[in-house]
Design a binder for this molecule. Structure first.
Ligand SMILES: *Cc1c(COP(=O)(O)O)cnc(C)c1O
Ligand code: SF4
Length: 407
């Protein structure tokens, strides 16, 4: 962390916010615990280290061994301190399980066919106005449901700088791209300096209007959101942050401080939760999570159906679970707290929003809807052409083509 002013303000806030630590780290001085580099250096990455912290189940031991080559685990001491018994929502996102070894015939390694939409190896350009950059393959914690598990965790494959130059060149000659998502892996795994270089290079491209940082650090390593980092990046606004909270257990004072710091520095924050079986697939959990997010100026943006990636069959929910949650929240929670429920269609079909079916029947321009309480209401639609205020129609023509009500 650079600068005395930054350390004073950070020290003051960090002392006020501290969620309980695992006893193993109770003696670690506060300034080390709140130092993200210390957290990264002390990540738990071996079964031996994990066994000292938590009593593993036989299924977890089997999962750790079975996934050692395909998708190993890594957990920060901070996130590990949130882990409770075997059903704990944090534990199930972080510790491998034998269920990950079960593969269904429709599981895919690259479910979104991201490799096929890459004009440059580390850029995915699937929608006309936005593109997604894979800035790094590292993350503080490797989420067991990760869609990009084919890429993340492999530190040896970090993209070389020349590849970034290809990305900038592509974006310069493709001015249709106005929105660049800096993702990975987790871009906040990079140093402040490297991250600033990337953001500065993107900002220097006139056609790039907004830059989004896609990061789970506010959840798994909130200490990473230092005053120094936000000060360093704020000259490059408009910057958006897409983060990834999945459960109220992740909503700690530290995480709240990270979101507050981002919002105070002008970052526009949105949350992309992933629906996970037995973890957050019920309306009350999503409601509690979303209310906390709103209080911390982070808008629930997407509630994503878990992608059919190899090793996640046990975590996937039926699509109906998602529509039921949206249905239950509508009418109970402020519109600000209602995310879009989205499926990213396998094979590169792109994101598709699913909304509860409210339209019960139509007859001519009479549309009958069912509201959240289950009662029916009629709405008379505007005509496709003509009607009041146009040369083709007026009040009388509207009356003429209106069919009698259906009830
Ligand atoms: C999700 C995604 C985006 C961003 O989509 P939004 O709906 O605008 O959030 C852009 N590119 C790719 C490849 C994506 O998967
Ligand atoms: S932080 Fe994101 S990219 Fe990294 S493991 Fe988790 S879901 Fe995957």
């Amino acid at each position: 962390m650079a600068g005395a002013a930054a350390s004073i303000s950070e020290g003051a806030s960090d002392e006020r916010v501290a969620s309980p630590r695992h006893p193993t780290w109770s003696e670690v001085p506060a300034e080390q615990w709140s130092d993200w580099r210390w957290q990264l250096r002390n990540r738990i990455t071996t079964q031996e280290a994990l066994e000292r912290l938590v009593e593993l189940t036989p299924e977890e031991r089997e999962g750790i061994a079975g996934r050692a080559d395909s998708f190993p685990f890594a957990i920060t001491p901070y996130y590990m301190s949130l882990v409770q018994g075997p059903g704990c929502p944090v534990r199930r996102q972080a510790i491998p399980h034998a269920d990950e070894l079960v593969t269904t015939p429709w599981d895919l390694v690259d479910p979104l066919a991201e490799e096929e939409h890459s004009p440059v190896p580390i850029l995915s350009h699937r929608y006309p106005d936005r593109a997604l950059l894979y800035a790094t393959h590292n993350c503080p914690v490797y989420c067991r449901h990760c869609t990009r598990q084919r890429k993340v965790g492999d530190a040896s494959s970090s993209p070389p700088r020349a590849m970034f130059e290809q990305v900038y060149a592509y974006l310069r000659r493709t001015p249709a791209v106005r929105d660049v998502l800096v993702s990975g892996g987790d871009p906040l795994s990079l140093s402040d300096q490297r991250l600033e270089e990337i953001v500065r290079a993107l900002r220097a491209i006139p056609s790039v209007e907004i830059i989004r940082l896609c990061t789970r650090n506010p959840v798994t390593l909130p200490q990473r959101i230092t005053a120094a980092l936000v000060e360093r990046l704020r000259p490059y606004h408009p910057l958006y942050v897409n983060t990834h909270f999945n459960h109220p257990r992740e909503c700690t004072p530290e995480a709240g401080l990270a979101l507050t710091r981002l919002a105070d520095a002008g970052f526009v924050c949105g949350n992309q939760m992933v629906l996970l079986r037995g973890i957050n697939d019920d309306p009350a959990t999503v409601e509690t999570l979303n209310r906390w997010l709103l209080r911390h100026r982070c808008r629930p943006y997407y509630m994503l159906q878990c992608d059919p990636v190899v090793g996640t069959a046990h975590l996937r929910t039926p699509v109906a679970a998602g529509t039921e949650i949206v249905d239950a929240l509508r009418g109970r929670v402020s519109g600000l707290g209602l995310p879009h429920f989205v499926i990213d269609l396998p094979g590169g079909g792109g994101k598709t929003a699913l909304t509860p079916d409210r339209l019960v029947r139509t007859r001519g321009r009479s549309l009958v809807f069912r509201n959240v309480e289950g009662r029916e209401f009629e709405y008379v639609d505007a005509p496709m052409r003509g009607g009041p205020g146009t040369s083709e129609g007026g009040a009388r023509s509207v009356a003429r083509d209106l069919e009698p009500p259906t009830r």
